[in-house]
Design a protein around this ligand. Structure first.
Ligand code: GDP
Ligand code: MG
Length: 352
């Protein structure tokens, strides 16, 4: 039976991994120096893309892979600049879920041309006017300037395209530089099935965005449980503490990733029960709080309770699907609370 359970668990973990492997692909194009790499870093909330001081003359696409999203930064797609670049003549827009056309100053003719290539395939594109910190005209307001830019873009690519305004210059908090608006607009343009995944990935710069993350993490937990059931795990959870811990470990990891926190950051304090400690620490590397232990016990004494074998000679209460779900919810709470505190501190300190 333990062997069967082991096979089911590994089958489930493979299914979960396949689910994780299917990432959102976002392509950024625009003139070298427009700020594509800088925007990727703002969205990811960390330096994942190389920002260049000089005008970027690379011809290769730069790919940045995160747990939920792959960004592709397309420098030099301008065929008048790089006529020999075979990559772009063979470029297939269908592989991408979303395009961002990043520009600073005027929309370039090559941007319009490239957009045409994408639009013909029915792909969605968001226009991002970056470097807005440099937007200034003594004769009109910022709103009027933005309206004028939007009109110019509409004139070139059609009136239905959406334009958002950003700045990556970190002289002000991201929430005042259009980054949350960019994230919202991107999420709204993605197919529903991918939206949660994008919001799990995107760095939250506002409490509202953090709440969106929380909802996405909750739906992700449900998906995890459904996938577990679909792989025949439900009756098996609780058979073997080591296997349960393996499942719990991958669930915890997914939740942490949704909030952008590390295992070190959200590590509940010491467990009260040696047995639960063994179960939680010995195999998962995760730790369980006193409160959590108590809650878990309480939950396990209900009708869904199921006592499982023995760890180190002592009978322990095990996980059934119900307690697994419950632990997932508690961990979402813990990560969310921590992420909220961290965000409030960041806002107070005017970062990033
Ligand atoms: N002032 C200002 N500089 C920016 C902004 N975004 C990017 N930059 C700078 O512009 C340069 C090119 O940025 P990068 O992200 O590498 O552009 P890419 O070639 O489109 O990927 C770098 O020196 C960035 O620091 C912005 O919004 N405002
Ligand atoms: Mg770049």
């Amino acid at each position: 039976m333990a062997g069967d359970a082991k096979a089911l668990v590994s089958q489930f973990l493979q299914a979960w991994q396949r689910e994780r492997d299917h990432k959102i692909k976002i392509c950024l194009f625009g003139q070298p120096g427009a700020g594509k790499s800088s925007l990727i870093n703002e969205l990811a909330g960390q330096r994942v893309a190389r920002v260049s001081q000089d005008t970027d003359t690379t011809r290769q696409a730069q790919s940045v892979e995160c747990p939920d999203v792959i960004y592709v930064d397309l420098p030099g797609y301008d065929t008048s600049l790089f006529p020999e670049n075979a990559y772009f003549s063979a470029f297939n827009p269908l592989q991408y879920d979303l395009f961002l056309c990043v520009f600073a100053g005027k929309l370039h003719e090559a941007d319009v041309e490239f957009f045409g290539k994408i639009a013909r395939t029915g792909r969605v594109c968001l226009f991002v006017r970056n470097k807005c910190d440099g937007l200034y005209d003594p004769s009109c307001s910022l709103e009027e300037l933005e309206e004028k830019i939007t009109r110019d873009v509409h004139h070139l690519v059609g009136p239905r395209e959406q334009v958002v305004f950003t700045s990556c210059r970190r002289n002000r908090p991201a929430a005042e530089r259009g980054i949350p608006e960019l994230e919202r607009a991107m999420g709204a343009l993605l197919p529903e099935a991918q939206r949660d995944r994008f919001f799990r990935h995107a760095k939250a710069y506002t409490e509202e965005a953090l709440l969106v993350k929380r909802k996405a993490a909750e739906r992700s937990l449900k998906k995890f449980m459904v996938l577990a059931a679909a792989n025949g795990l439900n009756p098996v959870i609780g058979m073997d503490a080591a296997l349960d811990s393996q499942i719990l470990k991958s669930l915890y990891r997914a939740i942490r990733e949704a909030f952008g926190v590390s295992e070190k950051e959200v590590q509940p304090e010491g467990p009260s029960s040696q047995v639960v400690k063994k179960l939680a620490e010995g195999v998962t590397g995760e730790r369980v709080t006193k409160g959590l232990t108590w809650l878990l016990r309480k939950k396990a004494s209900g009708k869904v309770a199921k006592v499982i074998p023995v760890v180190g000679g002592a009978a322990v209460m095990g996980f059934n699907a119900g307690s697994m779900y419950f632990l997932g919810e508690k961990y979402i709470d813990a990560c969310w609370e921590y992420a909220l505190e961290r965000l409030q501190a960041e806002i107070q300190m005017g970062e990033p």
